[in-house]
Every structure is written in structure tokens, then in C-alpha cells.
Design a protein around this ligand. Structure first.
Ligand SMILES: [Zn+2]
Ligand SMILES: [Zn+2]
Ligand SMILES: [Zn+2]
Length: 382
């Protein structure tokens, strides 16, 4: 596979639980120097330079809003605020990087009418507008007086419809969300052969060897290891269409699917409870069931944070073949699942077959120079 193009976000934010671990400006992991904004205490930087850049770009206004909040805002709210401020808050934005394919913010899908008539989304829109009104300092009021309310809402809708999750592959976690104007031009298909990976907050579009860039290329907005009904649900809730790709329409999927079990997996974060779930359902579900794969992946994710990993050797490799059979080596879902296995097996099976497979998959999905590929080849050499 090859990297077709790269894009930095129009705006991005670090998730609340990672605010102290990553720089709000460059998404570097913060090591020794940790500089917090003294005024709002809501953003952290890796250097004074990053703090200054972010202050100038958006935080001088954002800080005024964050300071006035009694409780942390949701990631989507934080991102919407950044986007609104970047769009309306500054007179000259000529330094703004143009998207790689020439797409502009105004061209983004907004799903305006759909969000307005969805109870849940409309409440979000109203809540956010209220935050703006309540926290408006005189400087902010002066800026937003000139903007039509409908235009502001359309911008927030564009954020709702086009948010990318920023994934740190080395940490196996989502660390932030961002708006990528150029990449947003690409439509969704679960069965797409192209995908997006991240280095810090830089998004990279990867495609099979020989692909020429064009805006008709699709990407998948969700994990292909989720059952079709779950993928369809997540797509239709945000984008209001029913995916009809090959993966969604194929009847060969092995999918016992229980909404109840899916919800339980999503809402359980304790290893012991996840293992209990596995015991409970293992009679009913084969290891090649997608929900079972999802559950085992989550167990592995919890296990890598614990010191005694050898206890999870079985969970580490269980179901991996299902991932490979379904999507093939070289898809990010497969690489990430294999990498989770490596993190558990690390000290016990150096140089084993799993490590070689992981490197092969990562080389394809992420590319030779990606930090994840570098890390995995280091794990093999040790
Ligand atoms: Zn930084
Ligand atoms: Zn601040
Ligand atoms: Zn689909």
C-alpha cells in the first residue's frame, strides 16, 4: 500500500482523559516539560513555542470560554468551539493551511435539516449556542454579533458530520478528535480498500499500490470488525444513510448479534467483568463471531495495562485469524489487533510468528516510516 496524501487538521482537540499527556498544539506526547495554560487549566503544551502558537491561533479566544465553564465540556463541544472561533474569530486567516485537495470548510456536508429535526442533536446545538451566549466576554460578543445564528449552527452541524477520531496506534487509544477538510470529501464504504492512519494529529490516506488520488476514493468511517447492524447504526445516526457496500450486503457474515451484549461490551471497562462476560457467552458464541472478537479485543486492551500479562496469552491470540480472514493483512484493524497481541506476548515469545505477521501487516497498513512499524520492528530485533 502507499500513502496518497497527508493532512493536518483545521482544528483538533485532545480528549479530556489525555489532556495532560499530549500537547494541545502539536499532539506530541508530553514528557518532561509540561506547560499548562494558567488561566483555564484546560490545555497542556510540550513547549512554550507550542503554547504561543496555539494562543495566537485560537486559544486567546477559546480560553475565555473555557474559563467560564464550571465543568469540562464534551469533546464534540470543545471541537465545535475551536472550529467556530477559527471560522469567525479572526480577521485574516491567510496563514491557514489549504486542504490538500482544495476543499474548503464551506463545502463540508452539514446535514443541517436532519440534525435540526433530531431531538438529541438539536439539544446539543442549543446547549452549545447557550454556552456561547453565557460565556461571551465583550470581545467574543463583538465577534459573534456580526454572525448569523443560522450560520453558526451550520458550522456546528459541519463539525457533527465530519469529526474524525484521532488514534494513537502506539497507545492503542483514541486521543483526540479533529476536522480534516480534505479527507471529509471522501465518502464512506465499509468495504473500502483505502484507510486513514495518524501520526500525532496528521492524517495519512493510504491506498493499494498503483492507486491515483481522486476525490471519488472511499474510506471507512467505522471499524469493519463490528457487525453490520452496528456499523449501519453508527453511520445512520451521524450521516443519515444506510450503507450498501459489499460488506454490508454480503450474506456470508457470521453474525449472531445481540444489541444487549454489544451494549454490555461497550459499557464495561473492567477486565474482570469483561472476562465474566466472555465466560457467560462462550457457550453460545464461537470465537469467530464478531461480537466475541470485539470482546476479546477489549480484554486484550485492558490486559496490556497490567503487569502480569502472561495470564492473558490465550486472549492475546484468540480470534486473530478471524480478523485476518475477514479483512486481510494490511488493514488497520488487523494490524492493531496483532499489535495488541504482541504487547501481551512481548516478553515471552520474541521473534515469533505473530511478530512477523504484525510487522508485515503494519508495513502495509501504516507504511515503513510510521512510528508503529518502527516500534514493531524494534520488538522483533530485541
Ligand atoms: Zn507541542
Ligand atoms: Zn487557557
Ligand atoms: Zn457498508
Amino acid at each position: 500500500m502507499i500513502s496518497l496524501c497527508e493532512e493536518l487538521p483545521y482544528a483538533s482537540i485532545i480528549l479530556q482523559e489525555h489532556v495532560e499527556d499530549y500537547c494541545a498544539n502539536c499532539f506530541n506526547e508530553i514528557s518532561d516539560t509540561r506547560i499548562q495554560c494558567d488561566d483555564c487549566l484546560e490545555v497542556t503544551y510540550c513547549s512554550l513555542k507550542c503554547q504561543r502558537t496555539d494562543w495566537k491561533n485560537v486559544h486567546c479566544l477559546e480560553c475565555q470560554i473555557l474559563r467560564s465553564q464550571n465543568q469540562p465540556l464534551t469533546p464534540t463541544m470543545r471541537l465545535s468551539i475551536r472550529v467556530l472561533l477559527k471560522t469567525f474569530g479572526f480577521e485574516n486567516i491567510e496563514n491557514e493551511p489549504k486542504s490538500f485537495n482544495g476543499a474548503t470548510f464551506d463545502e463540508l456536508e452539514t446535514n443541517f435539516d436532519e440534525y435540526r429535526s433530531s431531538k438529541q442533536h438539536n439539544r446539543f446545538l442549543n446547549d452549545l449556542m447557550a454556552i456561547f451566549q453565557i460565556s461571551a466576554t465583550s470581545q467574543l460578543s463583538a465577534i459573534f454579533q456580526k454572525v448569523e445564528k443560522r450560520h453558526m449552527i451550520a458550522v456546528i452541524c459541519a463539525v457533527l458530520a465530519n469529526t474524525f477520531s484521532i488514534y494513537d496506534d502506539l497507545k492503542c487509544e483514541n486521543i483526540g478528535v479533529g476536522i480534516y477538510i480534505g479527507l471529509s470529501k471522501h465518502n464512506h464504504a465499509c468495504s473500502s480498500k483505502n484507510h486513514v492512519v495518524f501520526v500525532k494529529n496528521r492524517a495519512i490516506l493510504r491506498a493499494p499500490e498503483g492507486t491515483k488520488y481522486n476525490q471519488e476514493l472511499t474510506i471507512s468511517y467505522c471499524s469493519r470488525m463490528l457487525p453490520t447492524s452496528e456499523r449501519r447504526k453508527s453511520i445512520s445516526q451521524v450521516h443519515f444513510f444506510k450503507c450498501q457496500c459489499d460488506l454490508c450486503c454480503s450474506s456470508t457474515e457470521n453474525e449472531f448479534h445481540s444489541q444487549e451484549l454489544f451494549k454490555k461490551i461497550e459499557n464495561t471497562n473492567e477486565l474482570r467483568n469483561l472476562q465474566k462476560l466472555r465466560e457467560e457467552y462462550s457457550e453460545e458464541l464461537d470465537v469467530d463471531n464478531l461480537l466475541m472478537c470485539h470482546l476479546i479485543e477489549k480484554i486484550a486492551q485492558c490486559a496490556i495495562k497490567l503487569p502480569l500479562k502472561e495470564r492473558f496469552r490465550n486472549e492475546a491470540i484468540l480470534g486473530i485469524q478471524v480478523y485476518i480472514n475477514r479483512l486481510g493483512l494490511g488493514t488497520p484493524e488487523v494490524t492493531r489487533r496483532l499489535y495488541l497481541a504482541c504487547l501481551i506476548l512481548e516478553k515471552y515469545e520474541n521473534g515469533g510468528e505473530i511478530f512477523e505477521k504484525t510487522l508485515e501487516s503494519c508495513d502495509l497498513s501504516h507504511g515503513k516510516n510510521h512510528p508503529l512499524t518502527v516500534k514493531i520492528s524494534g520488538m522483533i530485533k530485541i
